[in-house]
Design a protein around this ligand. Structure first.
Ligand code: SAM
Ligand code: SF4
Length: 460
């Protein structure tokens, strides 16, 4: 079914498109389709928001506070929810996350005072609301309001090959090898400056996360040259997202341990060789077991990432991958749902990401992991996810501070490396500001001193 949107809230158009897209494959935006109108009428101290198509008509009135930011937020929420109700009426389909399109439902539930408000105000399903409440409970008292809380993020935007579903900004290591000496030097300089900011301002460092890309694309020596300043920091959670099993070696692990890391990711995504080939991972299932065996020799907490609804996979394929991951018994398992964003090669090839089995896979993972002793502790959503579902991190030991801080936005993030985005919550969580480092490697190298100066300014 094709529909077109006419709205008197042009400022929320992108959000409305997200709601409509969440209904694909049931509806598609099209200029000549059935017209849905979202209208506003300004009254004394209030605003009437109406939605219409054919005989369908629905209205809500918002009492205005005269705080423009607050009013805008509620006008957006109400009009999106009216649009969601209209589309539900049109298609007879309800979505697991109702009218929510944002990436942080747990943060919103915390602000509203619990997931029951997600059900009442956004039509989130009972199952998802329960999941959100469980996650908030499992996070315990990790989230706190200390405005001095900070985390360090280090971006290593290189990979050994490009996975077809991936939209992360990451270059091929072989193509950028000639810059690696300069990159590691610049990154070490930026990390030194970051540690200095934290110390000068007596900030409370909670965790370090080295991600990418694939940090273990770098050689053992390059890893040390880039990250040695982190040896100055002790006693905080320190993750290196190795990721690709075929990039993990004893030499690199020796360096990773010497840097003080406490946690590592070994990411299968799937244990199905046919799928690994199809998505361009260029490693075998055996490589996953070999990498896991090596990592097990070190005293590191281990995470494994899986993706539900990978191309060509059946429900049984996913069940098999989850079983293999649980058999290895890592500390954490993160279950993502395939999201196909515009910059991925699958999107460019026109891949249709609708799935009849994604929600069964995700439901199976929740039940099975809980039965195996894993608790959900963080959750986030993305655009264009199969079945409009979510990504959930599970742990059988301690919830991971960085993942919670990043998703709940209860802590500032000092990001390092090309493409890193720093987030400043030092004014309190209602005012979050961001600055980005240059994404391009050559530009990052050229402007490193300016980037460091800007960051010192940003956190002063
Ligand atoms: C920074 S990414 C990559 C980490 C590492 N380079 C790897 O591939 O193992 C972190 C995780 O996000 C997930 N991910 C990446 N792209 C995704 C997509 N398009 N849909 C769903 N999950 C995705 C994968 O599970 C991946 O391990
Ligand atoms: S999924 Fe990981 S290895 Fe694959 S391209 Fe993305 S960042 Fe690189």
């Amino acid at each position: 079914m094709n529909i077109s949107l006419i709205t008197q809230f042009p400022e929320f158009e992108n959000e409305y498109v997200d709601v409509v897209n969440a209904f694909s494959p049931y509806v598609k935006l099209d200029e000549n389709g059935l017209e849905i109108q979202i209208l506003r009428e300004n009254l004394d101290n209030s605003c009437k928001i109406s939605i219409k198509y054919g005989d369908f008509h629905n209205t809500q009135t918002l009492k205005l506070t005269n705080d423009l930011i607050v009013d805008k937020r509620y006008l957006k929420r109400i009009s999106k929810t009216l649009l969601y109700q209209a589309l539900t009426n049109l298609t007879n389909v309800s979505l697991p996350w109702g009218s929510l399109t944002g990436i942080r439902p747990t943060k919103l539930a915390r602000e509203l005072g619990g997931a029951k408000f997600l059900q009442e105000d956004f039509f989130v399903s009972l199952d998802k609301a329960k999941l959100v409440d469980d996650i908030l409970a499992n996070q315990g008292n990790i989230v706190d309001d200390n405005p001095k809380n900070v985390d360090i993020y280090v971006n290593i935007p290189f990979c050994v090959s490009r996975c077809s579903y991936c939209s992360f900004i990451s270059a091929l290591y072989d193509q950028k090898k000639k810059f690696m000496k300069d990159y590691t030097k610049a990154l070490a300089k930026e990390i030194e400056a970051t540690i200095q900011i934290i110390s000068n301002k007596s900030l409370n460092l909670r965790s370090i996360y080295v991600g990418g890309g694939t940090p273990t694309s770098l050689s053992a020596d390059e890893t040390y040259d880039a990250l040695y300043p982190l040896t100055k920091v002790n006693n905080v959670e320190f993750t290196i997202e190795a990721g690709r099993p075929d990039t993990i070696s004893v030499e690199k692990l020796e360096v990773i341990k010497s840097l003080g890391a406490s946690r590592i990711s070994v990411n299968p995504q799937t244990f199905n060789k046919k799928t690994l080939d199809l998505i361009g991972r260029r490693h075998s299932v055996e490589d996953i077991y070999t990498a896991y065996d090596i990592v097990k020799r070190y005293d590191l907490s281990i995470n494994m990432d899986l993706i539900a609804s990978l191309p060509g996979e059946t429900y049984q394929d996913f069940v098999n991958s989850l079983t293999c991951a649980i058999d290895l018994y890592p500390d954490d398992i993160t279950v993502h749902t395939l999201a196909i964003k515009r910059s991925s090669s699958m999107s460019l090839d026109g891949y249709d990401n609708t799935s009849d089995v994604a929600s069964m896979m995700v439901e199976y993972s929740l039940n099975t992991l809980q039965n195996a002793g894993y608790k959900p502790y963080y959750l986030y959503r993305q655009k264009h996810m199969s079945g409009n579902l979510e990504n959930v991190g599970y742990t059988r030991s301690k919830p991971v501070i960085y993942n919670i801080d990043n998703m709940e936005e209860c802590s500032s993030i000092l990001a390092n490396g090309a493409g890193g985005i720093s987030k400043n919550c030092l004014f309190g969580k209602n005012r979050i500001e961001r600055i980005s480092n240059a994404k391009n490697i050559e530009e990052y190298l050229r402007r490193i001193d300016e980037i460091i100066e800007k960051k010192i300014d940003f956190f002063s």
